[in-house]
Design a protein around this ligand. Sequence first.
Ligand code: PLP
Length: 469
Amino acid sequence: MTAGQTVRLPSVDRILGDAVCLDLIVRHGRVQTLACARAVLAELRTAMLAGAVCEEGASIAAIAAQMDERLQAQSRSPLRAVFNLTGTVLHTNLGRALLPDAAVQAVVEALQWPMNLEFDLETGKRGDRDDLVEELLRELTGAEAATIVNNNAAAVLLMLNTLAQGREVIVSRGELVEIGGAFRIPDVMTRAGAVLREVGSTNRTHLADYANGVNADTALLMKVHCSNYAITGFTKSVELDELVPLAAQHGVPTAVDLGSGTLVDLAQYGLPHETTVRETIEAGADLVTFSGDKLLGGPQCGVIVGRADLIAKIKRNPLKRALRVGKLTLAALEPVLRLYRAPDLLAERLTTLRLLTRPAAAMRAQAEILLPLLQGALGASYVVTAEAMRSQIGSGALPVDQLPSFGLAIRSAPASRVSNPLGALEQRLRALPCPVIGRIGQDTLWLDLRCLEAAHEAAFIGQLGELRA
Ligand SMILES: *Cc1c(COP(=O)(O)O)cnc(C)c1O
């Protein structure tokens, strides 16, 4: 190291004239490259005052290399692709459902072409964007009509505001669900301008409780799917088919927030049965709301299906305009819905269902291949084993049922001297070019392989070398 005053910094002009920097200008533009050169020089000047810069550090080559690294980091999108090895297939924080190829192609086209979003190609007149999927939704759910909004929270808000503004909605105390902090039935009710009338108790609600709650102000009887919790033990809830005659007797509609809307009986794919939208309509619900990106396996959106007169009323609400979806959502949703016309091919074609139905043996075989590679990359500080584990569907679908899976379990080697070894490793995995997200529990870092499909295995293996450090 040399004393500060003997090191000379190159001028901005000389730096920008360097071959590496000329290439940076081509890639990032002159404005950004120049600003970056100035920033690096300013830092070097400060460091020189502290005598912390050597001849080599002040060379054009070193400065250009630093600029390259910085400009690359600056131009990287904050939204990144990651490996979801959490074991939760529909992970809300990781963007929920992955879309099938058919939807990907449709979105790419919609991004680059004008589309007949609200234009009837037969008449040449203005159309309704909901028409693009309404027929399919009617066919798949048995409902008379349908409309699409931004997400299920929006669907519930819009439905309540349209049907029950200034009036009462009866809900069981056992169904006042909170989804991920921000969506809570009592709060949405207030924002929709409706008055929540709670009936029954947390664990037991009887038909008589609903009957006693009905009065002249009642606008709606509502049931909400207990998506992310289960009430067990001494319990009683009222099924929709018991509620419907009571509602009819008082001339009040019934609505169901189904949460994760399933369009097929999942039992045929070896998964636990989840009440389908069709079953809910058949049981007499006047309106049903559900998410597009949970078990349905589509893009983020909220679907409302049900009685034609009520859907028409919902569409006329000015809030519908504020909550409507764009062309990309509809472009993605339509091909996903169409896949449901071939239920025998669904487990292969619908990404969400394909992941949920992957047999544990497939993940086991994968674990055997990956084990020595990961162990080699991690070295002696960690012990990697292939183990059985349990995946979750996620996003509030079937919170209690868990799917048998297989993956890699990483534990700190007894002799390891790393402090907080699992936390440190979790961070290293997150710092990979395609970050790997696992789950820590019981002094183990779990990498559930359910969501690592064969197509992405090579990319996963390819970056393991970067873990060596
Ligand atoms: C998930 C869920 C919601 C919220 O749906 P989003 O699509 O995330 O807005 C509302 N109600 C229930 C019962 C849910 O499970």
